[in-house]
Design a protein around this ligand. Structure first.
Ligand code: PTJ
Length: 252
């Protein structure tokens, strides 16, 4: 992936993520509102101190355990997710031995094609063997209307545990209503997805995936030990704390 700025730049990571979105936009992979969604995420990340807070770390451990213990785990990806962390999502799918499904909110045949071919190129470059689903939807998510309901029977429809980063609130609710364990990654602890998900990791997508990829799947905390509301409240508290102390540590 091309680099937007010198790695020594203090805002290098942020610039790199923006650059990845620019490249993906040029390839026709993104929704028109993708950059707005990213900007909202960036704002929350800034307030969280651009770090993985302890409650997010625990939530990601619980999430990895739930995915690892699942009978049929599936990782769902949209345009922003492929652009920002397509490699890491493929690597996580390989680590778990599960499929990845392209499932986008603003669905067009052109975007599906662009995302599937980008993922297939990444898969080849990384030399990993992962099933990439989404090209042949044969089912719909009950309770949702229109193209965003489309999914594959052997993927999202039959999954017992699903990872849905940067997910739309409606779809998250519909998946939970199907009885699935829905793992959300979302920097906004107040979003409908964050609140409605079964497990929510309030962390930046690529940072969270790097953490999950470095974790052993042994000895992780179980879902029973996870307190969803407390985890979200911790994220809000971290934002408030950061705001109170913000000026004592200058940011670039
Ligand atoms: O590719 P599509 O058609 O499925 O569309 C994808 C987007 C993201 C455009 C679509 O799902 C959308 O509009 O999402 P929302 O409703 O704006 O929600 C995105 C959520 O992700 C927001 O709560 C953001 O704070 C959060 N977010 C954005 N960037 C990141 C993030 N969370 C974690 N890491 C990020 N990098």
């Amino acid at each position: 992936m091309e680099h937007a700025a010198d790695p020594s730049h203090p805002r290098y990571r942020s610039l790199l993520m923006r650059h990845r979105l620019e490249v993906a936009a040029e390839k026709g992979m993104l929704a028109d509102s993708a950059l707005i969604a990213h900007g909202r995420g960036e704002a929350y990340d800034y307030l969280l101190g651009e770090r993985t807070i302890p409650s997010a770390h625990i939530a990601s451990q619980v999430a990895l355990r739930a995915l690892h213990d699942a009978e049929h785990p599936v990782l769902s990806v949209n345009g922003n997710v492929v652009a920002l962390a397509g490699d890491e999502m493929l690597q996580l799918a390989e680590k778990l031995g599960c499929p990845l499904e392209v499932n986008i909110f603003y669905r067009t045949p052109e975007r599906m094609e662009a995302l599937l071919s980008d993922l297939n190129e990444r898969k080849e470059r990384l030399g990993i063997d992962v099933d990439i689903l989404g090209a042949a939807p044969d089912a719909t998510i009950p309770g949702l209307k229109g193209p965003r309901a489309k999914c594959e029977t052997k993927g999202i429809l039959s999954a017992d545990v699903l990872l849905v980063p940067l997910e739309d609130g409606d779809r998250c609710e519909a998946l939970v209503a199907m009885g699935k364990t829905v793992i959300v990654i979302d920097l906004n602890p107040l979003s409908r997805s964050a609140r409605r998900g079964s497990i929510t990791i309030v962390d930046e997508l690529s940072r969270c995936l790097e953490n999950m990829l470095s974790m052993s799947t042994e000895g992780l905390p179980s879902l029973e030990s996870y307190d969803h509301n407390k985890s979200l409240q911790d994220a809000l508290d971290a934002i408030v704390e950061g705001m109170k102390n913000g000026l004592s540590e200058p940011k670039e």
